[in-house]
Design a protein around this ligand. Structure first.
Ligand code: KMH
Ligand code: ZN
Length: 310
């Protein structure tokens, strides 16, 4: 009997968009991040996309010392693939944002494929009081945010990280970012197959219509042929519908509280694991199987969990 198709589930545990006021489930401390990441892996995520936070107030951190405690715990408790963000906090330079990946040499890290208005200020209107002083200004301030990822930034990140054997999760928020990736591949920065995360629903990027998913996929097929693997991330309420559609189109999926705080319309998720369990159930019901970490390594051509520096 032919093997069922394997779907790689990535779980993005905490991110840098949501703030402590928005959900009690959002992991903030080292212990929260480790516990929820391990729970997500047990629920079926083969890749854990990780940001760090300042444990005192939950603000986003790119200090490698804020990664050490949870990376070690995750490694001891699971063999999932660790993917460290280089998006970090959105207003920092690429040099600061790549520091954690440089120090820990994970199997994967994110790489954002273009500059654009990365905005989430409309969330601010939902909250009257905030748990911490930094939150309101941070969320409202994103109205003026340019998420800077120039060609030089991308080249600097690639030149620093690719020699460490790190595979990139190329985050593409609009169709032009696919062309940026194509240009970078032609310049020799990335080896095929590249792994593209199509991102839908961030204000400043492409919207969550299914037509857009079909369009991004067709464009990627044209540009990259067999030289790419792909996954979908829908922000907010588009998370589960877009992941479901992508899995049926042959793609991989990303869920997690970084991208949506909800488990159903108007209902906050209790944990990252709850979202992973839901998409896993859907995928299995529709005839696919979640990939194990080793299957994800094979599908994406990763170096192996024994070749990291943590
Ligand atoms: N929160 C995602 C939309 C990164 O970590 O490099 C973007 C992201 C960026 O995951
Ligand atoms: Zn991220």
């Amino acid at each position: 009997m032919p093997r069922q198709r394997r779907t790689v589930i990535t779980c993005a545990i905490t991110g840098a968009i949501h703030t402590p006021t928005m959900s009690d489930a959002l992991p903030l401390t080292y212990d929260d991040i480790a516990t929820q990441a391990i729970g997500a892996a047990e629920a079926g995520a083969s890749i854990l996309h990780l940001h760090a936070r300042n444990p005192r107030d939950g603000s986003p951190s790119v200090d490698p010392d804020d990664f050490t405690p949870f990376l070690q715990r995750i490694k001891q408790a699971s063999d999932s693939v660790v993917n460290i963000s280089t998006g970090g906090s959105l207003s920092l330079s690429i040099r600061d944002r790549i520091k954690p990946a440089r120090r820990f040499e994970p199997e994967m890290c994110s790489l954002n494929m273009g500059s654009f208005n990365f905005a989430f200020h409309r969330l601010a209107g939902r909250y009257e009081t905030w748990k911490y002083d930094w939150e309101r200004a941070y969320v409202e301030g994103s109205e003026a945010n340019i998420f800077r990822n120039t060609f030089r930034d991308i080249r600097e990140a690639a030149e620093a990280l690719a020699p460490l054997g790190i595979k990139f999760e190329h985050e593409c928020y609009d169709v032009g970012h696919l062309y940026n990736l194509k240009f970078c591949m032609e310049s020799g920065l990335f080896r095929p197959p590249v792994f593209i995360q199509f991102v839908f629903g961030i204000l400043g990027g492409i919207g969550t219509d299914i037509d857009n998913l079909v369009f991004m996929k067709r464009t990627a097929d044209r540009l990259f042929g067999d030289s790419y693997r792909w996954s979908v991330l829908g922000a907010g309420s588009a998370q589960m519908p877009l992941a479901t559609t992508a899995s049926q189109m042959g793609g991989h999926v990303r869920v997690g509280l970084e991208d949506s705080l909800y488990i159903a319309r108007g209902k906050l998720a209790k944990s990252n694991a709850e979202q992973v369990a839901k998409i896993r159930r859907i995928i299995e019901d529709l005839g696919c199987q979640p990939a194990t970490p080793d299957e994800a390594r094979e599908i994406l051509g990763l170096k192996g969990g024994d070749r990291v520096a943590f």
